[in-house]
Design a protein around this ligand. Structure first.
Ligand code: FMN
Length: 192
């Protein structure tokens, strides 16, 4: 059995919808267990994030999918606080050889989401993880099309100001990321 954990922050629910889509895709793969882990700001005290039960769930996972809104061209501060605490895991290389993948959401078409994904990739490389790309070609540029924002390193999603539901193309792209990570994790665990 392969375990895929999806760890994310979401203030207004859009990144949460994407996390659920990633989970849907992963759950559809035989032999996969999914852990959805939503980070909360209340776990940050004096700038330091702390939640041992979240870290225990991630320690038990074979793959970790990271998700955060893009704020000022990078991670949300709440997510960064979690990443900073993961330096304690880094000391022991506790996430070494786990699979990693990522998604981000923002309001603008670009909004500098690439910068967020690169930051998440750097974090995964520091942890000696193995990156899984979405593996999805651009289907078109309309809101219902797969990978319409051309995120080849991770899933990019965009929702306009005032729009509650994420666009269907972005949601479906996140489902496929979850599926690909889970399929890869099943193969990864078999080969151990
Ligand atoms: C502090 C802050 C900074 C933001 N910076 C950006 C940005 O750089 N680019 C962008 O497109 N949207 C930006 N936004 C919009 C957020 O990306 C958007 O609110 C978020 O993705 C919504 O996700 P959520 O519903 O999961 O909280 C910003 C929003 C906030 C609150």
């Amino acid at each position: 059995m392969a375990t895929v954990a999806i760890v994310y922050f979401s203030a207004q629910g859009h990144t949460h919808q994407l996390a659920e889509a990633v989970a849907e895709g992963a759950r559809g793969v035989n032999g996969t267990t999914v852990e959805l882990v939503r980070l909360v700001g209340a776990d940050i005290v004096e700038g330091r994030w702390k939640n041992p039960s979240v870290l225990a769930k991630l320690a038990a996972a074979d793959a970790i999918v990271f998700g955060t809104p893009t704020y000022m061209g990078g991670y949300a501060a709440q997510f960064k606080a979690f990443i900073d605490t993961s330096s304690e895991v880094w000391m022991a290389q506790g996430w070494k050889d786990k699979l990693a993948a990522a998604f981000t959401h923002s309001q603008n078409l670009s909004g500098d989401k690439q910068s967020t994904l690169i930051g998440l990739w750097v974090n995964a490389m520091q942890h000696s993880m193995v990156w899984v790309s979405p593996g999805i070609k651009v289907e078109g540029y309309d809101a219902d099309k797969l990978n319409r924002l051309a995120g080849y390193g991770g899933v990019m999603a965009q929702t306009a100001w005032g729009q509650e539901k994420v666009n269907e193309g972005d949601r479906k792209t996140a489902v496929l990321l979850g599926q690909r990570v889970a399929e890869t994790a099943v193969r990864w665990v078999k080969g151990k």
